[in-house]
Write a protein that binds this ligand. Sequence first.
Ligand code: MIG
Length: 581
Amino acid sequence: IPFLIGMKNGLPYGLFFDNSYKSHFDLGKENSNYYFYSAVQGNLDYYVIGGKDLKEVVSNYTYLTGRVPLPQKWTLGYQQSRWSYSVSQKEVQQIADKLRENDLPCDVIHLDIDYMDGYRVFTWRKDNYQDPKKFVQKMRKEGFRIMPIIDPGVKLDKNYPIYQEGIKKGYFVKNPDGSVYVNKVWPGDAVYPDFGRKEVRDWWAKNVKYLVDIGTCGVWNDMNEPASFNGALPDDIAFSDGKQRSTHAKMHNVYGHNMDKATYEGLKKYSGKRPYVITRAAYAGTQKYSTVWTGDNQSLWGHLQMLIPQMCNLGMSGFAFAGTDIGGFGADTTSELLIRWLEAAIFSPLLRNHASVGTRAQEPWSFGQPTLEIYRKYLKLRYHLISYLYDNFYQETKTGLPIMRPLVLNFPKDRKVRTLNDEFMVGDDLLVAPVVTEGQTERAVYLPKGDWLDFWTGSEYAGNTSILVKAGLDKLPLFIEKNTILPWDESSNHIDPKKNDVITFRLFGDHGNYIHYQDDGEDFAYQNGQFNLYKITISQKNTVELTNFGYNCPYKKVVLLSENGRQEFIFDQKNKTYKLV
Ligand code: MIG
């Protein structure tokens, strides 16, 4: 994402270099008096993005390149993956059973490449699955959604309808001599759809219908750099850029983007729901179509440490919805690394544990106790805060501001946080300081200006200072700004937005206000006004004001938890207001 944020004389600016060719950025290495950037070809299209503060720069950048649309609410749930449960229906069922037996909330199980028939995209193997549709339905009844992987490479197989159709219609990228370009990926010899063309994207979208009809919950796009086993694709392979002839050199960096766009459009058209796409490759703007994960990390402490700057940088670059492979993808994880990873990632919008074939098991139960218990404790914390994350996404659609934020975004005047990269904020209210070093059981936490409450003990701290906190393996240092209201969801083993009768809010401190967003959590009805907004104001004198804007099936009951105990408000249909009972 060729976007940088800089500061000059204490004021921020953004620089977006919109060029998809191979580019080079020198940020003060050659000479500290200037930065320079260049690309091997193409136009010098760049945007200088202004704003009175960092938030405005990010808002303006996302105004230009697009914002993450409101996701389906359950996409914020926990997701379990491994290459490759998907070999058989039996194995997936076993994972589902174990998740429920161990009382672990989970919404999605991912199917890696082995569910396909010989790695042919948009097929399903028949030997180890009886009927994919019935299987997906059964999983759904148990509260799980199924997310299949799709690669761009289409197997070169004269008897495979997708290959046949693509060849007949000329949908694959070509050698300079006009013959179809062949490289190797998982299915062996394979060809690459020319996603820069609208008709090719429309064709891909139609293929996505195959998965929608089976009932899968979205599409996980992998290998869409595009990757290849037989050497990199040469620069001069003929790709299209819309109606124009172009080259791999120009289209490489937007290949994933165009594949994601096709996938998004297919899911939207055939499911009518908000598309759930995960991608490995992306460009500036892909956030409109897809979430991203950070690819093949390793089970290393150094890679866990990278999580915080990676997620914050993605967020500041428009990708509010992102995640890492929890536990690490390559190499064997350890119990300690897995727990610390989950703690650090627990507020990543995309919350997925994923590992490579050939590595040791890293499902929550794989290390026995106390790992399992700690894992469960954090998943439950996450499920209490799903509505909070969802509210943050509602705000993000208006402002473009990310969910996970570096402190500098919220406290731009505080010089001490400019280079801080081992703490982060969630929205405006939570400060998270995970332990990301092996063997460590305490750490310094910098608290910016304000009053802060330790989430676990309620202890109060005045900010603008560093404190030392104990953080045994089961403790994620977590602070809430005093006088904050948070929605607090009932704990459940999966997210069901249709269960919309009651909501609970917690008051931290003695007053506060909060805006809560509610809708059906899955389709586009909200765009026609089918949603509710609630404004809650609690004054120091403990008067509670609850206003509801929009009257589309509001909660029957609102519960407020504070130091004064529990208060309940019932919706009065006649007067369309809430009344304290
Ligand atoms: O060449 O589909 O990043 O998540 O498990 C490896 C198998 C291909 C790379 C992805 C990873 C996935 C794996 N894929």
